[in-house]
Every structure is written in structure tokens, then in C-alpha cells.
Design a protein around this ligand. Structure first.
Ligand SMILES: C[S@@+](CC[C@H](N)C(=O)[O-])C[C@H]1O[C@@H](n2cnc3c(N)ncnc32)[C@H](O)[C@@H]1O
Length: 242
């Protein structure tokens, strides 16, 4: 199945090619500020709230879903936010474009595609390798948020992070069911309306961690790098159920 790609002309939308042409992500914004990244922004419900909570942080938000990017851009424009830029790009591919100097204040991953079938689990975005990559691009003390309705995905990520001492847990337990002042995304709202639990993970990169870029694992570029592909409905069960 392919996406019908609608052209996005919004001033907050950046073509992936803009990345190749710029020295650093800072240059995508009018003002230099700390940088945060949201992976899989969907329709932008989360980021417009977060960007208003933190006007002094620039937010790069990405999704492979063209219509989602379009809706996010419209939302960002409606709120007149100058601290958000939207790129239609695959997460691992984006990281592969990062330069050594990129440093993220925060990374948000809200309700990533669950790939509930066992044979598809390998397609899940967040793996040890992916977390290792993120660690290299987080600034010391930078925050990582991972939120999902899928218990086994949450457990998998929580257990992996337990084995990564560079990520300091910011919660009383490996995960929580509430997180104060954390905005609600579209999917989170719908799961909550169905009384389904949301699992929150919040870690911070240990400021004392000595990570060497030379030791960063090679990226496993995803099948999603072919950006025309959309998930089959029965493979994104917790998305299509809502
Ligand atoms: C289940 S939706 C959640 C959307 C939003 N975060 C929310 O909570 O409402 C997952 C989103 O992640 C996007 N996505 C999935 N895999 C991705 C990847 N590898 N890189 C970038 N975006 C991705 C999908 O297109 C989809 O919009």
C-alpha cells in the first residue's frame, strides 16, 4: 500500500533534503535554542502542547506519515509557534543524517507503532541499538520519554534501559501510569478514553556518562526508509482499534 503524498507548503515544514543542506539543525530555526526531537508526531497534538510549555526549546518533529505531517504543520501554524519544525522522514534515517555536534535536550516517543504480532516484533522502532544511538545524540542530562499503551513493548524497553547505566531512571519504578504535566497525544487520549493503561518511561542521560561516538553501533536502516509504505491495519492493532 502506498501513501498518496499531498504536497505540504507550510513554512514550518522542512524537506528532508534541507537537512543535507544545513550545517546543523539549529539553522532550521530563527532563534538558536536547545533542541528536542519528537519521533512519530502523528497529527501534532502532543507537540503543540509541549512547544507551548517550553517556548525556549526548539522542537524537530518527524513522521513518515504525510497526512500527519500536514495536520501537524496546520496545528503548529494555528498556534503561531516559531519553535517547531516538521520533517517527513524516517527516524533511523534522520539519526543517520545527524552530525557529531547535534545534541538533544529531549527525545519524545509517544505510542510508537506496536507491531503486536510476534513475527513482526523486529520491526519495532525502539531497540537496544536505537537507544544506544539516541544516547549518543542526547546532551548530558537530556531526557528520554517513551510512552506506550502496549505493556510488552513498555516492559521490553524498560528492561533494556535497566541494562544501560548511562540512562538514569527518573521515576520511582521502571515505568509509571501517570506523568505530571506530560501532554496527552491523540493516541494516548483515545486509549485513556477506553480506560486502557498508558505506560510512561522517563530516563535521563547521565551527565557523567562517557560515550564515544566511535563506539556507536551502525544504524539498521529500517524497511520504513522507503517512505511510501504505510502500516497494514492488522499490524498496528492498537492503532486501528481506536
Ligand atoms: C501509533 S501512531 C502515534 C502517533 C502519535 N505519537 C500519538 O501518540 O498520537 C505512530 C506514528 O509513528 C509514525 N512512525 C512509525 N514508524 C516511524 C518511523 N520509523 N519513523 C518516523 N515515524 C514513524 C507513524 O507514521 C505514526 O504516525
Amino acid at each position: 500500500m502506498t501513501q498518496h503524498v499531498i504536497e505540504i507548503t507550510s513554512p514550518v515544514f522542512m524537506e528532508p533534503t534541507a537537512l543535507a543542506q544545513c550545517d546543523s539543525l539549529d539553522s532550521l530555526f530563527a532563534h538558536k535554542r536547545p533542541l528536542a526531537l519528537e519521533i512519530g508526531c502523528g497529527t501534532g497534538d502532543f507537540i503543540v502542547q509541549r512547544a507551548r510549555q517550553f517556548p525556549d526549546v526548539n522542537h524537530i518533529v518527524i513522521d513518515i506519515y504525510n497526512k500527519g505531517c500536514l495536520k501537524t504543520c496546520k496545528r503548529v501554524e494555528r498556534y503561531g509557534l516559531d519553535n517547531v519544525r516538521v520533517i517527513r522522514i524516517e527516524a533511523r534515517y534522520l539519526l543517520s543524517q545527524f552530525s557529531d555536534t547535534e545534541a538533544l535536550r529531549a527525545v519524545y516517543i509517544n505510542c510508537p507503532d506496536p507491531w503486536p504480532k510476534k513475527r513482526h516484533r523486529r520491526r519495532r522502532l525502539v531497540s537496544r541499538r536505537f537507544l544506544t544511538q539516541l544516547a549518543h545524540y542526547l546532551e548530558p542530562g537530556g531526557d528520554l520519554y517513551f510512552v506506550t499503551d502496549v505493556e510488552d513493548y513498555a516492559l521490553e524497553v524498560a528492561m533494556t534501559l535497566e541494562e544501560m547505566p548511562e540512562f538514569l531512571n527518573q521515576l520511582k519504578a521502571p515505568m509509571a501510569y501517570e506523568l505530571d504535566e506530560y501532554p496527552i497525544s491523540r493516541y494516548m487520549r483515545r486509549f485513556k478514553e477506553q480506560n486502557l493503561p498508558i505506560h510512561y518511561i522517563h530516563r535521563q542521560l547521565d551527565p557523567a556518562a562517557k560515550l564515544q561516538r566511535a563506539h556507536m553501533p551502525a544504524l539498521e536502516l529500517s524497511f520504513r526508509c522507503q517512505q511510501t509504505e504505510t502500516p497494514h491495519p492488522d499490524e498496528t492493532q492498537s492503532c486501528s482499534n481506536i
